[in-house]
Design a protein around this ligand. Structure first.
Ligand SMILES: *[C@@H]1O[C@H](CO)[C@@H](O)[C@H](O)[C@H]1NC(C)=O
Ligand SMILES: *[C@@H]1O[C@H](CO)[C@@H](O)[C@H](O)[C@H]1NC(C)=O
Length: 178
């Protein structure tokens, strides 16, 4: 009888621990944010880190050429010590035009996407017209999946229109346990 209670208690404690674990918010600190856009696509692109904790990203692009295709490649690499090399954690290629128009809500990708476009004038369908596109205060801390370990991060995002590379973005930062 006593041992059954003890087992029950163990399970309850484990559940509390798990719930607590998934709700534990982590901090992200960005150290470096670089954007390289092909000169025929934009005369001006600004990428910067902001916020009091260096946790938000700001982007402004003056698009000079209409985009009718956005092939996107994302690669996330991690390392646990600043002295060791980055290793690929995962990578993914997707059709950016489909993501901006038919995003299924409630998924990991949609949480991430919503965090990026919250304070932006991101168009919701392709082709993307010429003009100024901005993303302010991008904060992905709350959308960061738990399976991404607390570590140093290196994120590379490459965009292609048809076969042509038009934008490369690199980000370096650190995920910190609070
Ligand atoms: C993006 O990076 C690739 C590979 O390093 C390079 O070939 C390409 O020219 C770059 N594109 C831009 C727009 O800088
Ligand atoms: C971005 O965050 C800063 C600092 O918290 C705030 O002053 C500013 O109004 C925000 N901008 C937008 C567009 O949300």
């Amino acid at each position: 009888m006593f041992s059954t209670w003890l087992n029950c208690l163990r399970i309850i404690l484990l559940l509390i621990h798990l719930i607590h674990y998934t709700e534990a918010k982590r901090h992200l600190r960005w150290e470096c944010f670089d954007c390289n856009i092909g000169p025929q696509f934009s005369d001006k692109m600004k990428c910067s880190v902001g916020g009091t904790r260096n946790s938000v990203l700001n982007v402004e692009i003056n698009l000079q050429e209409e985009l009718d295709a956005i092939k996107t490649y994302v690669k996330i690499s991690t390392r646990f010590k600043s002295t060791s090399p980055y290793r690929k954690f995962f990578d993914i290629t997707f059709d950016g035009c489909r993501v901006i128009s038919d995003m299924v809500q409630g998924t990991m990708v949609s949480n991430m996407f919503n965090a990026v476009v919250r304070s932006s004038n991101q168009p919701r369908k392709c082709p993307i017209k010429k003009g100024l596109i901005y993303y302010h205060n991008i904060s992905i801390e709350d959308a960061l999946p738990m399976f991404v370990p607390s570590s140093h991060l290196f994120i590379q995002v490459d965009f292609f229109s048809k076969r042509q590379s038009y934008l490369n973005v690199t980000l370096r930062g650190e995920i910190l346990d609070k």
